[in-house]
Design a protein around this ligand. Structure first.
Ligand code: F0G
Length: 351
């Protein structure tokens, strides 16, 4: 049977009333891949699984929330959506609005949106505007526009976004056959950690799983408002997706952390880029820098002996590496050029 997208697959858990308004690109059903090389490198005998959300239609987990938010917008008679974004929400909103045949307005921070995400947003025929400000400034502006005009806000303060994103937790449980001991992920605007925790709780309350994971989130050192317990006015990190100083779902993240007896901690940009390189070189998975924050966090916690033998750790890789080609070119070597001659090529390869 072909996968029908998260709304039809998890119908009983989602607030959609009118199937005729569903807007789907068959998102979800992303692979959960065991990271044997990482396990060997880190040691300690615990298991690591990667939930590869970059395999979604627009290359990030945002599609799960966007299918529900845009379907609900249509159901309620809306003809336009708006969002602020560090890039992935923008790409997803643009694609789902195109599919729905409605307008999308997108506001992004100038010069801080990865090239892949920017090109996705533009190609779908969306109106994209950049501000001389950061994500937090952009979110304040679109919230006001949403209040003044009949345009649906599709940032994760829209409750339907969280509803859709919780389905990733369902899938992890369905794929493993049980709930993991830990779920690790990057934290930016904090919608995703809120959503996963809700998903795990709903499966637990419906007795589909008989345990709950501890939720472990990581923020970049220069953009860590939750860890530092204060708004960061000028957040800075190479992981532009999580360059956020005042997360909209701050409370949801704290609740996920505290109810699950988990942790939200920081990782440095150097740690993020090292993890990014290792996942690509050792696991064959190309994710974007923000996604690698979770893996960097696993390295950090494992060094302190946090995870115990046989425990199961799931880490969400939130977005695809092709989103941010500049980041990969920064750490990769530039290919050398030689004449089109067999001997020269063999020499260049050092075979
Ligand atoms: N990873 C990626 C690749 C992201 O794009 C984001 C958020 C996060 C992690 C953090 O998730 O915000 O739910 O805590 N990107 C948003 C955007 C802010 O506009 O695309 P979060």
């Amino acid at each position: 049977m072909e996968w029908e997208g998260i709304i039809k697959e998890y119908w009983d858990f989602l607030p959609i009333q009118k199937p005729e308004f569903i807007v789907s690109l068959k998102e979800g059903n992303t692979p959960l891949i065991r990271a044997f090389s990482l396990e060997r490198m880190i040691g300690g005998g615990f298991k690591i699984f990667l939930k590869c959300e970059g395999f979604n239609p627009t290359g990030s987990f945002k599609d799960r929330g966007m299918t529900v938010a845009v379907s609900k917008a249509l159901e309620e008679g809306s003809r336009a959506v708006i969002c602020a974004s560090t890039g992935n929400t923008a790409a997803s909103a643009a694609a789902y609005a195109a599919k729905a045949g409605i307008k999308a307005f997108i506001l992004i921070p100038e010069g801080k949106t990865a090239l892949g995400k920017l090109s996705q947003s533009i190609v779908h025929g969306t109106k994209v505007v950049q501000i001389k400000g950061n994500f937090d400034d952009a979110l304040n502006i679109v919230k006001e526009i949403g209040r003044r005009y009949p345009i649906t806000l599709v940032n994760s303060i829209n409750p339907y976004r969280i509803e859709g994103q919780k389905t990733a937790a369902f899938e992890v449980c369905d794929q493993l056959g049980f709930a993991p001991d830990y779920h690790v992920m990057p934290v930016g605007n904090a919608g995703n950690i809120t959503a996963y925790w809700r998903g795990y709780r709903e499966y637990y309350e419906n007795r589909i799983v008989d345990s709950l994971p501890k939720m472990i989130g990581f923020q970049a050192e220069g953009a860590a408002p939750i860890v530092k317990n204060r708004v960061i006015e000028n957040p800075e990190t190479i992981a532009t997706a999580i360059r956020i100083g005042n997360p909209a779902n701050w409370k949801g993240a704290i609740q996920a952390r505290d109810e699950s007896k988990g942790i939200i901690d920081t990782v440095t940009d150097d740690e993020i880029m090292e993890a990014y390189r290792i996942i690509a070189c050792k696991e064959g998975i190309f994710c974007e820098p923000a996604s690698a924050a979770g893996i960097a966090g696993i390295f950090k916690m494992a060094k302190m002996g946090f995870f115990k033998k046989d425990e199961v750790v799931v880490c969400t890789l939130t977005g695809h590496g092709l989103k941010d080609p500049d980041a990969s070119m920064r750490i990769a070597h530039v290919p050398e050029t030689c004449p089109a001659e067999l001997d020269m090529v063999i020499k260049m390869f050092g075979i």
